[in-house]
Write a new protein. Structure first.
Length: 70
């Protein structure tokens, strides 16, 4: 099932939308990451930006927009 995330742009867009909505509801980055873990997602910081990945298998779902990951 996790392979489907990489191939379906509609699901990727829905997951990114969920991540951004949770970021707006959170008071801090720590709370944001904790809330995402409850949904089964994590944020991985890289040199190229922040990547959303699934838990516990760490399959990359998508990249957050540059203006969001600042």
């Amino acid at each position: 099932m996790s392979i489907m995330y990489n191939k379906d742009p509609f699901i990727t867009a829905q997951v990114i939308d969920l991540v951004l909505r949770e970021r707006d509801c959170s008071l801090s980055a720590r709370e944001w990451k904790h809330r995402l873990a409850g949904y089964g997602y994590a944020i991985k910081d890289t040199d190229h930006g922040q990547i959303v990945e699934t838990l516990p298998h760490h399959v990359e779902v998508g990249v957050l927009p540059a203006e969001v990951s600042a």
